[in-house]
Every structure is written in C-alpha cells, then in structure tokens.
Design a protein around this ligand. Structure first.
Ligand code: GDP
Length: 236
C-alpha cells in the first residue's frame, strides 16, 4: 500500500525529487481542470456505455466529496450539481481531456448515510452503488472520501466490500482520501493515517493497488499527490 502526502514526502523525498515531480503534477492538475459535466443518471441503465476509463468518487454524505472534486478540478461549482435537490441520488458524470476527444470520466456517486433518507431509499441506493461497482466495466479506480476525524464507518466498510473483489484482482485501483485533515493536530493525523492503513491492509493482495492520503481542501494538502495518482491511473 502506498501512503501519499506530506508525511511520506518528508520522509522519502529530497527537495530535488519533489522538484523533478513538478512537471507531472502540473500536467495532472491541468488534466483534472478540464473536467466538465457530461450527464446525470438515476439508474445504471441510463449511464452511457463507454470505453473511457472511469474514476468513481464515493463517500458518506458530508465527508467532503464535493469539496474534494471541486478542489482537484480547481473549479468552484463542478460538483454542485450533485447537491441540487432531486439530483442527490444520481450518478453525475464528467468528461476529462481534450474537448473533442475526452480521455476519461469522473463519476460522482451519491453520498450515502444521510440520516433523513427513508430506509427503503437507502437500501435501493446501496444496491445501485453495489451494482455500479460490480458491473461498470470501464471503472479503473475508486476514490473513497473518509472524514479523517471519524475514520471508516460501517457504511464505508460496506462500500469497500462491494468493490473489494475488483481491488483484490487489480482491475480497480483504490485511493482513500482522509478529508478535512486541517482539523487534526499532527499526532491525530499520524493516528488517522495509521488507522486507515491498518484497515486497508485487509484488502492487500499481490495485485491490489491501494493508496491513502491525508487531504485538506482548506490547507491544500494532498491535492498534488491525488491529482498525479489519478492521472497515472488513466495515462499510465
Ligand atoms: P459531501 O456531502 O461529501 O459532498 O461534503 P461537502 O464537500 O459538501 O463538505 C461537507 C462539509 O465539510 C462542508 O461544510 C465543507 O465546507 C466541509 N469541508 C469539506 N472539505 C473540508 C476541508 O478540507 N476542511 C474543512 N475544515 N472543512 C471541509
């Protein structure tokens, strides 16, 4: 498993190594910035069939998913559509890459665990998420947002169990962003990272590609590393 972010950077990378990474980070951020709304779907059957590699963003509602998408794409309101009434339970797709030749998709999946949603609606959406993560062939990676102060909840673990077979066989990569890391002191941040790594260790196989990083939209922590990783997932 890879731990991305400042702590590893401090330990492993000399300044020269970080500077050498700069062009790649710039390219990755430029690519992420091209994201634009493509379509919204309330059922899996409504999703366009496409060969484009797709990266799904998932997380409990309020985990900071919309903020993370907006921060990664350097756009103020890209993930805003996901928050408008009537669209909160839709899958929103965004194109990336050149305008006339998109090379990837971001899929913003509905946040789960929102207390006010009726039980049968919750179960229905759990099923849609499970099916999406199981059957979407073009899915190459999942970015799971977890509130760094709360850690993995039962629902996060259930979500991970939906995608665990594909992570285990290496067909889908996983990045866990521990969000709102600005709210943690250093000791808490180290503990949050260690806790996540311990839990994610359960997914480890020869093929599994799992990363975890502290992330803060406020302090701009983890953004460069996350952008570079997603760019690599798509472009190698
Ligand atoms: P979503 O429901 O997962 O899309 O969550 P949002 O992106 O709407 O964020 C939920 C709340 O967390 C909002 O009040 C955000 O302002 C706050 N938030 C998101 N990211 C950060 C962060 O990096 N730092 C802090 N301190 N707050 C954040």
């Amino acid at each position: 498993m890879t731990a991305l972010g400042d702590f590893m950077a401090e330990q492993n990378n000399s300044k020269a190594a970080l500077d050498a990474d700069a062009p790649e980070v710039k390219r990755a951020l430029g690519w992420a910035h091209t994201a634009r709304f493509r379509t919204t779907a309330s059922r899996l059957a409504e999703l366009p069939q496409t060969e484009l590699p797709e990266i799904a963003f998932v997380g409990r509602s309020n985990a900071g998913k919309s903020t993370a998408i907006n921060t990664l794409t350097q756009q103020k309101r890209l993930a805003f559509a996901s928050k408008t009434p009537g669209r909160t339970q839709h899958i929103n797709l965004f194109d990336l890459g050149p305008k006339l030749a998109p090379d990837a998709l971001f899929a913003d999946l509905p946040g789960y665990g929102y207390a006010a949603v009726a039980r049968d609606a919750k179960l229905r959406w759990q099923q849609v998420m499970a099916d999406y993560l199981d059957v979407r062939r073009s899915l190459v990676g999942v970015v799971l947002m977890v509130d760094s102060r709360l850690g993995f909840t039962d629902l996060d673990q259930r979500l991970m169990s939906f995608v665990a077979p594909r992570v285990g066989n290496g067909s889908v990569k996983l990045l866990v962003l521990l969000t709102k890391a600005d709210k943690l002191n250093r000791a808490e941040a180290v503990a949050a990272l260690a806790g996540a790594q311990a839990l994610l260790g359960e997914l480890a196989t020869e093929q599994a590609d799992v990363s975890v990083a502290l992330f803060s939209a406020l302090k701009k922590t983890g953004i460069d590393d996350a952008a570079r990783l997603l760019h690599r997932w798509v472009h190698g």
